[in-house]
Design a protein. Sequence first.
Lengths: 77, 504
Amino acid sequence: MSLNEVWQAASASPYTPPVSKDSQFFVGFSLLLAAFILTGLFGLNRSFLSIASFGVPASLAFGFGAVFIICAVGVYV
Amino acid sequence: MRPFTALAALCGLFLSSSNSLVYADSTPSSSPVALPRDFKPPQVFKNNNLVRNTNLEKGYLRETVNVVVENVDKKPQSDYYLSFPSDLYDKVGALEVRDKSAPEQGRFEVEATEFDSNRDFQYFVVHLPKPLAPSSQITLGISYSALNTLKPRPAAISQTDRQYLAYAFSAYAPSAYTTATQKTKIKFPSTNVPDYTTTDLTSGADPERQGATYTYGPYADVAPETTYPASVRYEFTKPVITATLLERDLEVSHWGGNLATEERYWLRNNGSKLTDNFNRVEWTISSYQQLPSSAIRELKIPLKPGSVDPYFTDDIGNVSTSRYRPGKVPNRDASLELRPRFPIFGGWNYSFRIGWNNDLSAFLRKAVTGADSYVLKVPFIEGPKVPEGIQYEKAVVRIILPEGARNVRYELLEKATSNGLPGANQIQTELTSHKTFMDTLGRTALTLTVEELTDEARDSQIVITYDYSLWDGLRKPVTITAGLFTVFVAAWAIGNIDVSIKKR
């Protein structure tokens, strides 16, 4: 099977990104804002329980938020 | 210590997958075939009829040769030698040989041979897919372009003068075999041809003139590698645009759903140089009157529909003399119109970069052959579309796939006619790692290097397949997540250390 046939066979499944270009800034900014607030809440009480309740969601929000915001500003990673 | 162990294990999980990044083999273009000293192609073929069409309408030479070949040996033969004069051999690009009666069957394998300075002629070997039986015939369609063969004469002109190019060739088409009948048709860009060689090789006028087409021949029974020097000089008041180097990057982003293209050009005008200093007043007058000029005034680059965010910069910074006309998805092309900072006259150089973005959905599909398999189809070369054509001495096309892409395979699409590209064995391929923003391992980059290319390759396309799993995609956010998580754990752990001064 030539690669062009692979391309034609896949005509029904064009790639769609997880977040469209138009909403990248909104999603990225919201996640970074959430990360900022959660980090602040963790800072109020730096207990082991806070790591689980605030630290983990803040880390995840920052991780994905950073990726979307860098895409939103034109550096497509 | 337990959280640190957990974190180390987490990081290890994602970073250890670097071992699974399998690169396909990098392949240099195949090395030329070595021929013995004083090699002469065995006389097993005869050219029954040969028609050479020389096209001089663009700033480079484009030739198609249709030849009826007969096997005059007693055994089947499969290696046909194409001979080129030594001074032309290194300039030949996009060489393609097909069966003229069945062009849809694709190109034949062609191999270059080692350059031997002792010989007047150098050879390419065409491997016929099926050996040609004795006394049977095949019609070969041979096409190629040759760069930097057209010389401006006079070599220097004044700013508003007309420009003329000279082309030196042999009235007998170069061939490694005896040719029964042959003729050469030369197509000029206009009827203004002040100088051309006339011969007494035929009974009538030679060349025979018909508008902008001059026909040398027909000549009968020409021995192998016989030459008859001839030259023509014709008007070409257009720039001879040459890109000494083109670097083209295509960057695929799954997270951003974007295909980013950047092209970096090192342009030179190979036309006549200026005899005097540049005169701004004369230039303004001739521009206002839209007179033809040997200088590059403007470059128009058609872009795919849906192209956005174009930019045009050079060493100084943004060049504001550009215009962008967005196209309409799905059919109408966008157009990027560039005006360099200064008109580029003969011998002058200009280097710049342009770039733009496209939605990835038009170029990338999820392949049905595998769960994590993707297939990408992108233009191999875009670049300016100008009537005078562009020759690229070297083009480096780099396709930057997402971080973690593996099992990379590619294919340059063939058409029923020439796609303007040389055979796969003349293209150098390299698979490397390219590190940029937010990368841990580096992105998989497929680099294709082609020499002696022309803008005939504008419509050529490349299809690439690669495997890219969900974990590969999550590597970026998870690495950043792990980084911030480490900060939280460190803040908690350091906060728990008891540094008070008291009795324990």
